[in-house]
Design a protein around this ligand. Structure first.
Ligand code: KG4
Ligand code: ZN
Length: 335
């Protein structure tokens, strides 16, 4: 089955074709992401109305480009998957409207996909995918969750953030230190030049039992350290490194706890923060020590993309699921 995937939940227009007959990493026939970063940069964050309008402008040309790259025409598509939520309602409606209209015109099924399920399943698009059960760490700009995946489609929430998501903490901390939007990757790049241990921040909620997270206090600690410092470039990098180490350690401690609690030996990591190099290194080292396994999508498929939506949609369409022709989106939606 060749499924066209469409992602428009926030500030990235993502389109892809996943071919289940090929499967694995090669099953991804083509994917393209158009990022609206430059559009929102001057406002320091995503402006929902501008996001929707830009999806309107970019989506159809991107569908055309992706099909061309895959060497396919619209008539080759067997199904269309789109992000139905959670996300910005106007942005979601653009993707849902185009997906439903395309499916209607091509007389193929369409299915709305949960954005976080897309992230969660993205590591399974790589070669030699792990089989359930496993623990999933979902770390994006809007979510930080630990999920027990007993089977594909069967998810138990083990823990989640009580305030800021990990990506949100990266972005807000970066903004406080004057880094341009979107701050997460910039802060991570800056941390590469910092010296570990110069600034030592707490690992929130790790000294008591439980699998929930809280990153908002950490952000305040960093602000105080930044305000009380000489604010040179070198200090900025040291603070970035101290912050990144605190987030990475905290996530790693809770992942180990979740693996202990479930008895599972495989961890998968997904969402934008999963692209963080230090997090990947730390979780790989931990897995080696435990004799377990950790799987990530390639960095480009950690952040928002159409491939994960095509893949998650393909699994559901192959299982016979699809909605009616209504253009239905769910801005707030538990997985
Ligand atoms: O999954 P995603 O693309 O969008 C959401 O669904 O939220 O995640 C975006 C988040 C942003 O907060 C961004 O700052 C963060 O992921 N991010 C990173 C890195 N790359 C993206 N955070 C830390 N290190 C990175 N390398
Ligand atoms: Zn996302």
């Amino acid at each position: 089955m060749k499924v066209l995937g469409i992602e428009t939940s926030c500030d990235e227009t993502g389109v892809a074709v996943y071919d289940t007959a090929i499967g694995g990493a090669d099953g991804l026939r083509a994917h393209a992401v158009y990022s609206q970063i430059a559009l929102h940069a001057e406002y320091g964050g995503v402006v929902p109305e501008l996001a929707s309008r830009d999806h309107v402008r970019k989506l159809l040309p991107l569908v055309r480009q992706t099909l061309d790259e895959a060497g396919l025409s619209t008539g080759d598509i067997d199904g269309v998957a789109y992000t139905a939520g959670p996300g910005l309602v106007g942005a979601l409606l653009v993707g849902a409207g185009v997906a439903r209209a395309l499916a209607w015109g091509l007389d193929v099924p369409a299915i709305g996909v949960h954005h976080m399920e897309g992230h969660l399943l993205a590591p399974l698009m790589e070669d030699d995918p792990p089989a359930a059960p496993f623990v999933a760490l979902l770390v994006s700009g809007g979510h930080t969750q630990l999920v027990a995946v007993d089977a594909i489609g069967s998810y138990r929430l083990l823990g989640e953030t009580l305030d800021d998501a990990a990506g949100e903490a990266f972005d807000k901390t970066a903004k406080m230190m004057g880094l341009p939007y979107p701050g997460g990757p910039q802060l991570a790049a800056l941390a590469e030049h910092g010296t570990p241990g110069v600034f030592k921040f707490p690992r929130p909620m790790t000294t008591r039992p439980g699998l929930d997270f809280s990153f908002s206090g950490l952000k305040t600690q960093v602000l105080l350290a930044w305000q009380g410092s000489d604010q040179t470039d070198a200090t900025k990098a040291d603070i970035a490194r101290g912050f990144e180490d605190a987030v990475v350690d905290t996530l790693a401690i809770k992942c180990a706890r979740a693996l202990d609690a479930t008895g599972f030996d495989t961890l998968i990591v997904a969402g934008g923060v999963g692209a963080n190099t230090r997090l990947r290194e730390k979780l790989r080292a931990d897995a080696k020590r435990r004799g377990g396994r950790v799987c990530f999508p390639r960095p480009a498929l950690c952040t928002d993309n159409g491939a994960m939506i095509a893949f998650a949609g393909a699994l559901r369409l192959e299982a016979g699921q699809h909605g009616d022709a209504a253009v239905h989106v769910v801005p707030r939606w538990d997985m």
